[in-house]
Design a protein. Structure first.
Lengths: 160, 354
């Protein structure tokens, strides 16, 4: 429940502030960042669940087919969670690096998911610029979002 | 621990399957999915509105910092442009009115006869892989999926999703956008054949029909008179002018002198590239397409937009081998980066009307 409520506010930030502020015409992706933070902190399973829920909520505000963002963010959460396999002992800067990598991959998964349902045309050279900007923006906000995601998901972790 | 792990796996499977089912349903335009979006919107809009109140000053500060010099330059440029265009606007408005009167006189559809709804842009797409905007008018105002959306300059997109009091507009630059268009090629030489009073045909550069109110002094009218002396009858003389009264010559423009229209399909190419027009016939009659030639909607019973809405002009012509015809890159007349108030034409083609 806490996850859904917090995602509500993250989504509101995404559709207002981050949809407006577009450095070089690219919007920072807060839902993607939240999912990557969850994956990096709590591993593949919780990362995937967070991504699927966040993506579904994100999809409900977009004009693209419902479910695409859910699958894309689900895969991002799982990808970010792989970090814990390789580095079980958390190192803060490596964690932020993992978030940056997951963010970059997330911006590739999304157009691929769209292409799979026939919405092709988004895999272009522009994607390099999109990835670069999203990685920079998400890296800047990663420390703050790590704290938020840890607080939100600590309840879930404590119960289990 | 094992139970929790099983539950999580079940949750992942359930959510993944739900996503796949929802994709399938949404691609089939299911009303259930639209209902789900509407319900979510009911809860989410107030939160979004509240967030917007707090984030707007941050956004304004950001734009103030990053765009200040650009805004100053743009302001002076626009002032100069307004001064230049004031005179031209009056002349253009007169031409448009005349054109609409002529179209109406001939029973042809005009944009003036189509009802429109004005809407304000309330949101941009938060994702980097969709060129859509959100407007504050929906089905309550008569808006339906597919209706064309314009700003003051020309066509900017079409409605793709409609809710009660909001709708999504897919911009013309979205790779999934497509519409049939006309390429209006204007001949530069206006050669015409003039049929004068004599039987000989001469070629001149005059195109319009020339009607002179006065007959010239040097006019020589051919008359035919026949007098046959028959007893009991008075002879009658009939004089026929060779051309109608007051008309010295009729100028018939050559077919090649008229503006030639060829249809094609316009497709968006993403925000960083210009839309292109394909399937333009490579016919000899149409000739070469010049840069700057206007592109307007084609209309027709199956097109979602009425004819003759201005889209842009040709910025580059890419010649292709074979019968594929040239590929045209289009410079849009509308500035999609700065959309505020839009006009939605409440137009539906005959094939879509129920």
């Amino acid at each position: 429940m806490r996850l859904v409520l917090v995602l509500f506010f993250v989504l509101a930030l995404q559709t207002t502030l981050f949809a407006q502020l577009r450095p070089f015409g690219v919007a920072g992706q807060m839902m993607l960042l939240f999912t990557a933070c969850a994956g990096v902190t709590y591993g593949i399973t919780i990362g995937t669940i967070t991504g699927l829920v966040a993506g579904l909520m994100y999809d409900l505000t977009l004009a693209t087919p419902l479910g695409i963002g859910s699958l894309a963010l689900g895969v991002v959460g799982a990808t970010a969670g792989i970090y814990l396999y390789f580095f079980p002992t958390p190192i803060w800067w490596l964690r932020i690096f993992a978030i940056a990598v997951a963010s970059a991959l997330g911006e590739i998964y999304f157009p691929i998911a769209q292409a799979m349902v026939g919405l092709d045309g988004w895999i272009q050279f522009r994607i390099i610029k999109v990835i670069a900007v999203v990685v920079v923006v998400n890296t800047l906000f990663a420390p703050g979002m790590l704290v938020v995601s840890r607080w939100v998901l600590s309840e879930r972790k404590a119960r289990t | 621990m094992a139970t929790a792990s099983t539950n999580r796996r079940r949750a992942i499977i359930l959510l993944t399957l739900s996503s796949l089912i929802l994709i399938t349903l949404d691609l089939q335009n299911s009303t259930a999915v639209s209902g789900l979006r509407s319900v979510f919107g009911t809860f989410f809009r107030p939160v979004e509105g509240l967030t917007r109140v707090f984030t707007r000053p941050i956004g304004n500060a950001w734009f103030g910092i990053t765009n200040y010099n650009d805004v100053l330059d743009e302001n002076s440029f626009l002032r100069q442009q307004i001064a230049q265009q004031e005179g031209a606007t009056v002349a253009a408005a007169a031409s448009v009115r005349l054109s609409q009167e002529l179209l109406a006189l001939n029973g042809l559809p005009t944009l003036a006869g189509i009802n429109a709804v004005t809407a304000q842009v309330i949101g941009e797409s938060p994702t980097n892989f969709s060129q859509t905007i959100e407007i504050n008018q929906g089905s309550e105002s008569g808006i339906r999926v597919g209706m064309p959306v314009l700003n003051a300059a020309g066509l900017i997109g079409k409605i793709t999703k409609v809710f009660e009091n909001r709708a999504f507009v897919m911009l013309i630059t979205d790779p999934d956008f497509g519409i049939s268009v006309k390429v209006v090629s204007i001949s530069r030489t206006t050669t015409a054949t003039t049929v004068a009073k004599g039987t000989s045909a001469t070629t001149s550069t005059a195109v319009p029909l020339e009607v002179s109110p006065f007959l010239p002094d040097s006019e020589t009218t051919t008359t035919t008179s026949t007098t046959v002396p028959i007893a009991g009858f008075t002879a009658t003389v009939t004089t026929l002018p060779s051309t109608p009264q007051g008309v010295t010559s009729i100028t018939v423009p050559k077919t090649s002198a008229l503006s030639v229209r060829e249809t094609g399909a316009l497709e968006g190419q993403g925000p960083s590239r210009q839309p292109t027009v394909r399937f333009v016939d490579n016919s000899v009659r149409f000739g070469d397409i010049d840069v700057g030639v206007p592109i307007v909607t084609a209309g027709g019973s199956r097109s979602l937009a009425p004819p003759d809405i201005l889209i842009g002009n040709v910025s580059r012509v890419v010649e292709r081998l074979g019968s594929s015809g040239p590929l045209l890159e289009i410079r849009l007349v509308a500035d999609l980066s700065n959309l505020s108030f839009l006009r939605i034409l409440l137009y539906q083609p005959i094939t879509e009307k129920k």
